[in-house]
Design a protein around this ligand. Sequence first.
Ligand code: CO8
Length: 258
Amino acid sequence: RKDYHDILIESHGKVGLITLNRPKALNALSSHLFHEINSALEKYDEDPNISTIVITGNERAFAAGADIKEMVGKSFADVYKTAFLGHWGKINDIRKPVIAAVNGFALGGGCELAMSCDIIYAGEKAVFGQPEIKLGIIPGAGGTQRLVRAIGKSKAMEIVLSGRNFTAKEAEQWGLVSKVLPVDKVLDEAIKLGQEIASLSQPSIQAAKESINRAFELSLKEGCHFERKLFYSLFALKDKEEGIDAFVKKRDPKWTDE
Ligand code: CO8
């Protein structure tokens, strides 16, 4: 498609794929590239033919971070007044599930982009890290917040304060990624997972995502309360009747997403 320069988009059934495509810069997330990611995410989120989204890079890099070259010479006033890179938060508003298929480097903003997705699949050679400290800065797109929630304080401190990278295997052991796969299988498996999720009733998928994400914002009591309200509200769906009836009658459900 001609509308984008630094990403490729293609759909696989109901899965919308976004491939970061700035290979010479190891998919460094320039403002322009990030605007394109946001635009594609928004289009997929609105597209009734798409149910889940996969973001990937190439074998060498998912993304090696924000574009460091854009930061040269920028002062505090410059970045503060213009809310530099403020548009990075858009992905958090996407309602449909977003899966990251990570090969190669996922560093700095690249690691943060992966962590902003709902599920991460990683290739055996993937390398994660928050090396910002080595540039005299700190993570700025949620790295200090999401990493500690995913892997706990001691490990998050070690990673962010030392700037050392960590492997796909470590990321899996620590619970940051849900699966480590051979390099050439990561994208296929992520798309397969996307298709599996897309084959279910979408209002309940979106409610489940919304509810899980509340766990990061609310106390346990409030979170369970929120979940219960959503649970009750799903009884208003035709798909709830369909799913329960299909189970009772031992047949396959036919979802209408209503
Ligand atoms: N930004 C810009 N260009 C980059 C970046 C980057 N993050 N990473 C790599 N490149 C470019 C290199 O400059 C090089 O370009 P050229 O060929 O023109 O010199 C090309 O990509 C290939 O890179 P290398 O030659 O360095 O490849 P190597 O295999 O030798 O090394 C590394 C690979 C180890 C990944 C190395 O490139 C590297 O260390 N990259 C930088 C990693 C990093 O520090 N990332 C963190 C950036 S800061 C950040 O992400 C903050 C996010 C804040 C978000 C805030 C939102 C509000």
